[in-house]
Design a binder for this molecule. Structure first.
Ligand code: IFM
Length: 448
């Protein structure tokens, strides 16, 4: 087995999770409801009505889980804080919730695992969702208060902070497409939400600087490569719209000081006017940060499709043999292309792949093993693409595999397994899949 993949010695290998997907204990120790509790408990919203009430029961099993992480030999762990766990509805700190994260950080310290913390991975407190959620500008202020509490409490012991995970999902998928909480289908709300999320990112970066903390702060975007189906001008234009929707709408304000004009025009019929973008907002969003987190799963191949009323764009369905269980095309070379593009067109800041991984149908065999050869091949090919990028002078500094363990995959409930550790959701038993055994070799030989 070729274990040392040849990354520079300071390259970070990690694993990633998020609070609502693994913690469970949804009603314990003062945690208040989030929009995902409400959404998952609403009939028809998630696969078989599954919820994150128990999930991986990580809230009670964090010690064992940190041991699992340590055993993998990775040097860093990316997790998210649950906003509804650490602040009450009266916006008072919830000590029991904070204590949980303190204990988690203690365990990570004990094993010398560097924490990378995401402030927001979609579990907006329900009471804020009731007031319009991210479509309401007031949420920006509530978010900065929440961030300040965590930065004051843990700022000196967490070296890497991610303000938001995947603003595209938290806005467009949640308020426009409606597949994620709060499940609205209103493009005005969606565009407003995207703006308020980015604005809140900028405000928190400013706050972080003001606190004089020594670590790094950035944001994680879910980016892709959008290819046209043919060389026709019409398909290329469709790909440009797809790219604007997925990538440029977020990258341009963060790194070029403003939203792209073509996308502003495309959204204009829905938003009516852009009065919700105040004069200084774009400057705030572009507040310099320390790194960019990139979540990469697949590329999109699109074509011009006038019947589609939103972007006049259709998606080509990839051949079945190239798909993961999510129906996403396996395309490692597009990770390389994406990183190249980010370095070339946007920034030479350090980049981290904050998520990459795959869902496949896993089964436990008679010996209690999970032979997930496809997942291992997926990760290996993507790491190879990443390594090529680094070798050519790219600014990539780390790779976080999504995910440490099988968990609540949002609308898909527990039906999609992304973990390198198998979770039996009846018994909460954890089993290292073959991909975990391989990743362990990679991480260990990198460290030694
Ligand atoms: O599980 C999600 C995660 O919460 C955000 N990024 C994509 C993953 C797989 O769908």
């Amino acid at each position: 087995m070729r274990a040392d993949l040849g990354f520079p010695k300071d390259f970070v290998f990690g694993v990633a999770t998020s609070a609502y997907q693994i913690e469970g204990a949804a009603f314990e120790d003062g945690r208040i409801p989030s929009q995902w509790d409400t959404f998952s408990h609403t009939p028809g919203k998630t696969y078989r009505g599954e919820t994150g009430d128990v999930a991986c029961d990580h809230y009670h099993r964090y010690r064992e889980d940190v041991e699992l992480i340590a055993g993998l030999g990775v040097s860093s762990y990316r997790f998210s804080f649950a906003w509804p766990r650490v602040l009450t509805e009266e916006r008072k700190p919830n000590q029991k919730g904070l204590d949980f994260y303190r204990r988690l950080l203690d365990e990570l310290d004990k094993h010398q695992i560097r924490p990378a913390a995401t402030l927001y991975h979609w579990d907006l407190p329900q009471w804020l969702s009731d007031r319009g959620g991210w479509a309401n500008r007031d949420t920006v202020g509530y978010f900065t208060d929440y961030a300040e509490l965590l930065l004051r409490t843990f700022g000196d012991r967490i070296p890497q902070w991610i303000t938001h995970n995947e603003p595209w999902c938290a806005s467009f998928l949640s308020y426009g497409i409606g597949a994620h909480a709060p499940g609205h289908q209103d493009w005005r709300e969606a565009v407003m939400a995207s703006h308020h999320i980015l604005l809140s990112h900028g405000e928190v970066v400013k706050g972080y600087r003001g606190m004089g903390l020594k670590g790094q702060i950035g944001i994680t975007l879910n980016l892709n490569v959008t290819d046209p189906r043919t060389d026709s001008e019409a398909d290329k234009e469709a790909a440009r719209r797809g790219d604007g929707f997925q990538n440029r709408w977020f990258l341009d304000p963060l790194f070029r000081g403003g939203y792209p004009d073509d996308m502003r025009e495309i959204f204009r019929p829905y938003v009516q006017d852009y009065r919700f973008i105040h004069p200084d907002d774009e400057a705030t969003i572009a507040t310099p940060m320390d790194f960019l987190g990139v979540n990469y799963y697949n590329r999109a191949v699109v074509y011009n499709h006038p019947a589609d009323t939103f972007l006049q764009m259709g998606h080509v369905i990839p051949p079945a043999e190239t798909m993961t269980a999510m129906g996403w095309e396996v395309h490692p070379n597009s990770l390389y292309r994406l990183l190249k593009r980010v370095n070339r067109d946007y920034t030479r800041l350090p980049l981290y792949i904050t998520e990459n991984g795959a869902a496949y149908e896993d089964t436990v065999d008679a010996e209690g093993r999970v032979h997930d050869a496809k997942r291992r091949a997926f990760v290996e090919a993507h790491l190879e693409a990443a390594r090529q990028f680094v070798e050519e002078g790219g600014t990539l500094k780390g790779y976080y595999l999504w995910s440490l363990m099988d968990n609540f995959e949002w609308g898909f409930g527990y039906s999609k397994r992304f973990g390198i550790v198998y979770v039996d959701f009846d018994t909460q038993q954890r089993i290292l899949k073959d991909s975990a055994l391989w990743y362990r070799e990679v991480a260990r030989s990198h460290r030694s």
